[in-house]
Design a protein around this ligand. Structure first.
Ligand SMILES: [Zn+2]
Ligand SMILES: [Zn+2]
Length: 390
């Protein structure tokens, strides 16, 4: 089959690789009908995620048709059309029972690695380094889906791939980030980063009833997108305005009730702190550049909530623990517990409350994945989300 392989920093190649096989009774093989590149794939692309190996197959956002099944999967049948959550979860461990699926204790065969780095193991994830199990990803023609009796969600025939594909990650992720904010009608939410996850966080915050949602991003086209398509009420461009001052001006000096960080470890920025972060990261003295989360904490109103969706890998410096503690700010974060949200978000799509296809900006061939990565990375041609098909 054809598959998108990571070959080193900023190098992906679509190659012929062996077809995946059923290895366990609870596996399924899915023939991918649509897949896409995630902002978090860029952390792999740019070489910021440790433990990637040459030839690793990328991709954790995909959907398709079930073409082979292990003997223990009784809830699916051949030909079913499914969307697959990026997090691999067993469905029966202590964490899965608590619906904390991205903390599954059973699905990461290399769990000893995150255990050393982070204290405890994280779940397995498709196409996301050997820290998360080294599973082959879905930017390919076929993919093996472990615990297929738990993860894949059957989707109705009347919804297009574009309408349901993002249930694999960015829609539930953005929604969870908004849900963390305990939104009530008069609340003001600031969303740092107006990439695809940011757009879903904005849209979800509005759907949950936030009065105002402020989008922050250095790219004018993404701010326009946030206003026109996701329902942001205000925008701030950090290239033109001081974010902290602008947020104060928009909130009668108090700060937003909650801030959602949709940026993560490759934040851009200016000034001394940013230069410091860059040096620390490039010399491997820190894994993360915390510009966005730092600003989110400083901007947030006292006793407010900072919801972190942006991916961070390890350790950071100049983290404003003093502001956090003295002003009583709550941090809520996590890789999305996708399984917890898929079904109820599918119901929202079916009821017409949201059409996730609003983020699709480009359609390309799987064989053009290298070009797609390059374009997504460079934010060329007003790119938001690229659908790849074999
Ligand atoms: Zn993703
Ligand atoms: Zn589990």
């Amino acid at each position: 089959m054809r598959a998108t392989c990571w070959m080193g920093k900023q190098k992906v190649v679509v190659e012929n690789v062996p077809d995946p096989q059923i290895l366990n009774g609870r596996d399924a093989i899915v023939k991918v009908t649509a897949t896409t590149i995630c902002g978090s794939d860029l952390h792999l692309y740019n070489g910021f995620m440790p433990t990637m190996q040459k030839g690793d197959i990328l991709g954790h956002e995909f959907m398709g048709e079930v073409v082979d099944l292990g003997r223990d999967v009784v809830n699916l049948k051949l030909g079913d059309r499914v969307v697959v959550p990026f997090a691999i979860a067993c469905g029966s461990c202590g964490q899965c029972k608590l619906e904390n699926y991205s903390c599954c204790e059973n699905s990461n065969p290399t769990g000893w690695m995150p255990e050393k780095l982070m204290g405890h193991a994280t779940c397995g994830t498709f196409g996301y380094s050997h820290l998360t199990g080294g599973f082959a990803g879905g930017q390919a023609e076929y993919v093996r889906v472990p615990f297929a009796d738990v993860g894949p969600l059957k989707v109705p025939a009347n919804l297009s791939d574009e309408q349901v594909l993002f249930l694999s990650d960015i829609f539930p992720t953005g929604y969870m980030g908004a849900e963390f904010c305990e939104i009530t009608p008069r609340k003001v939410i600031a969303v740092f980063g107006a990439g695809p996850v940011g757009q879903f966080a904005i849209k979800s915050a509005r759907m949950l009833g936030a009065e105002r949602v402020i989008a922050i991003d250095p790219l004018p086209y993404r701010l326009r997108f946030a206003l026109d398509k996701a329902g942001a009420t205000d925008v701030i461009n950090p290239e033109q305005q001081n974010v902290l001052e602008a947020l104060r001006d928009l909130t009668a000096d108090r700060g937003p009730d909650a801030c959602i960080d949709c940026v993560g470890l490759e934040a851009s920025g200016h000034g001394l702190h940013y230069a410091y972060d860059k040096i620390k990261q490039s010399t491997k003295m820190a894994l993360d550049r915390p510009m966005a989360v730092r600003e989110a904490i400083l901007a947030c109103r006292s006793a407010g909530i900072v919801s972190i969706l942006g991916v961070y890998a390890g350790f950071m410096d100049k983290f404003p623990i003093g502001a956090l503690m003295n002003r009583g700010i709550t941090i809520r974060t996590g890789q999305c517990h996708v399984h917890r949200y898929m079904k109820r978000l599918l119901e929202r799509i079916e009821r017409g409350e949201i059409d996730p296809s609003f983020v699709v900006s480009h359609h390309m061939k799987l064989d053009e994945a290298a070009e797609a990565y390059e374009m997504f990375m460079a934010k060329r041609d007003n790119v938001m989300k690229i659908i790849l098909r074999a």
